[in-house]
Write a new protein. Structure first.
Length: 601
């Protein structure tokens, strides 16, 4: 009887003792390389204990299906529109405004992405997803019915207001239900879905345009988006989030939510930072509009429209910071996050990475068309190594983090690959061997996706569970801002250097018309007289090298920013290894105790 009591006591108390020992082990452990000082160890320990367990597949698979449908639809849309730009512009006779089909969408995504981060916390994940899908669906349908170029641009902006939410909500939902150690792998699989949509978008858009007209390419997306709306309505992300997290110790945010049981819609709406949202849209939209005007419309810094947009953006930024710091009760961009080392480093890294990746995406094909004098289809094929390496890198990054439970060194190596790849491309000449042009872009693609995956996990690992949605929104704000800046600044550099070089080389009575045609229609270069053709090729090479050097500088910033990211072991990895050894010790001690009590065993 005494022995039985002893076993029961040991069995009931051991989890508490084990939990106590685990806390002591974490508290006394030496901080890993790049991590915070001991004053911050308590916070890190709490976050590690707050990681979610891997959910049952009956919960995980429906959630993944629901979030992958809009991811596929958004990727499909991006490449469909890229293929349709020429046909749309020709049908409306507005080629000079065709660039705004992509710019308006990107600007809208950039402005609204951080807002959805806060909406996820206030309105919930499902409502935020439905809101984003509704805007995206209405915008896409409106594009198919648009009667003018201005209306089409406006509907693209509306679609962007939804597209910005799809990326943020999808990433947030995955972070809610998937442990950080497996989060990178799931992100890799999500990137494969995105790549599949991007790969199919071009052929589908081209086929629909040739057989049914460009409007059909938009209208064919609507059934897919309606399916995404239906599935998002049927699956309650918030219920699954709470069921997966119910075994975790509640955070302060969870406690507030419990106290405010079933808050009214009016209460939720009062929590939304409308004033901060307005100034964010004003500041980001105005600044990026000015930058886009420099490249898309050949404007200069002396142009009054550019100056007004820059001044308006600056004033909006000051007002936004004041509102977020002094007025908003639940700011959409908590400035305290940007004072944290990892969050600030990840934001800088993602901004510079987006500059390099989108700057390359828009300028690399031009090298083959304007310098190598290859066709557009040949130029497009040279980007295949980039796309393939992206998919491979994302999955490998996820597998590495799941295996090792850390990310700092792997992220640094990928950033170094970006520098190497962009450096090789910046050294291109008109006579660069063909095999090098195929190989050089692969390290850049591999490094880009590796850094994106690692920095996302590093950011999520550096904030509390209550800040995951907002931090994800901040990440996408810097990414989309970098995309616009990369396209705008590299385009402005290219056009400025190209114009100067062409004016230096080409002279004569018709030189102005020839220069203008070469700058805006590189496909005419093969038809020019041999002397002028060689001058145009050389001018494009010099201009492209300047743009590639700008991209190289951005990748160096990515590498420097990666050094500052903290290398903190992923929660499940550190806790699982500790618990497994303790479980073995517990099982061995219980077996020895049972043998002493029952010699016949």
């Amino acid at each position: 009887m005494a022995s039985t009591t002893t076993r029961s006591a040991a069995h009931e108390q051991t989890p508490l003792l084990r939990h106590h020992r685990a806390q002591e082990d974490v508290a006394t452990a030496q901080p890993p390389r790049g991590s915070r000082s001991s004053s911050d160890s308590a916070t890190r320990t709490q976050q590690q204990q707050g990681d979610v367990p891997f959910p049952p597949y009956r919960i995980l698979l429906p959630i993944l299906f629901v979030i992958w449908v809009p991811v596929f639809a958004a990727a499909l849309d991006s490449t469909i529109v890229a293929v349709l730009v020429s046909s749309i512009a020709s049908s409306f006779g507005a080629s000079e405004r065709s660039s705004w089909l992509g710019t308006s969408y990107l600007l809208s995504v950039c402005c609204f992405a951080p807002i959805y981060g806060r909406l996820c916390d206030i309105l919930g994940r499902r409502i935020s997803m439905l809101l984003g899908l509704t805007f995206f669906t209405l915008g896409t349908l409106g594009c198919g019915l648009a009667g003018s170029m201005n209306a089409l641009i406006a509907f693209r902006a509306l679609a962007g207001a939804g597209g910005g939410g799809l990326t943020v909500v999808t990433s947030t939902v995955m972070s809610d239900v998937i442990p950080l150690r497996s989060r990178g792998l799931m992100q890799g699989l999500t990137n494969i879905i995105f790549g599949l949509g991007s790969g199919l978008g071009g052929p589908i858009g081209g086929l629909a345009n040739d057989k049914l007209g460009w409007r059909a390419a938009f209208n064919l997306q609507v059934p897919i988006l309606c399916l995404a709306l239906l599935t998002s309505f049927l699956v309650d992300f918030d219920k699954h989030r709470h069921s997966v997290n119910m075994s975790l110790a509640p955070t302060a945010a969870d406690a507030d939510q419990l106290q405010q049981a079933s808050p009214t819609l009016a209460f939720k709406l009062r929590q939304i930072d409308f004033l901060g949202s307005f100034f964010l849209v004003l500041s980001v939209g105005s600044t990026l509009f000015a930058l886009s005007s420099l490249s898309a419309e050949d404007r200069t810094l002396k142009d009054m429209q550019v100056w007004l947009a820059l001044v308006l953006g600056s004033l909006g930024s000051v007002a936004f910071i004041f509102v977020e710091h002094r007025i908003a009760s639940k700011p959409i961009l908590p400035l305290r996050l940007l004072t944290q080392r990892t969050a600030a480093s990840v934001s800088l890294t993602n901004f510079a990475l987006a500059i390099s990746s989108f700057g390359l995406l828009y300028n690399y094909p031009l090298y083959f068309q304007a310098v190598k004098l290859q066709s557009a289809s040949q130029a497009g094929l040279h980007q295949m190594p980039y796309s393939v390496s992206l998919s491979i890198s994302s999955v490998l990054a996820g597998l590495y983090m799941r295996w090792r439970g850390v990310y700092w060194m792997y992220n640094l190596l990928n950033a170094a690959l970006m520098v190497v790849g962009s450096g090789i491309i910046a050294a291109f000449t008109p006579s660069t061997p063909e095999w090098i042009t195929w190989v050089a872009i692969a390290p850049l693609g591999f490094g880009t996706c590796g850094v994106l995956t690692c920095t996302l996990i590093a950011l999520i690992n550096s904030v509390s569970r209550s800040d995951i949605a907002v931090a994800t929104g901040i990440s996408y704000l810097f990414r989309t801002s970098g995309q616009v800046v990369g396209v705008a600044v590299s385009g402005a550099i290219l056009q400025s250097v190209l114009a100067n070089e062409l004016k230096r080389c080409i002279r004569g009575p018709d030189s102005a018309q020839i220069i203008d045609a070469i700058r805006h229609q590189s496909s005419i270069i093969p038809t020019l007289e041999p002397e002028i053709r060689e001058q145009a090729r050389e001018a494009y090479m010099i201009a492209l090298r300047s743009a590639f050097l700008f991209i190289l500088g951005a990748t160096v910033v990515v590498l420097l920013g990666s050094f500052a990211i903290e290398d903190v072991p992923l929660p499940e990895h550190s806790s699982k290894s500790t618990d497994s050894s303790q479980d073995e010790e517990l099982g061995a001690s219980q077996e020895q105790e049972q043998r002493r009590d029952d010699p016949g065993r």
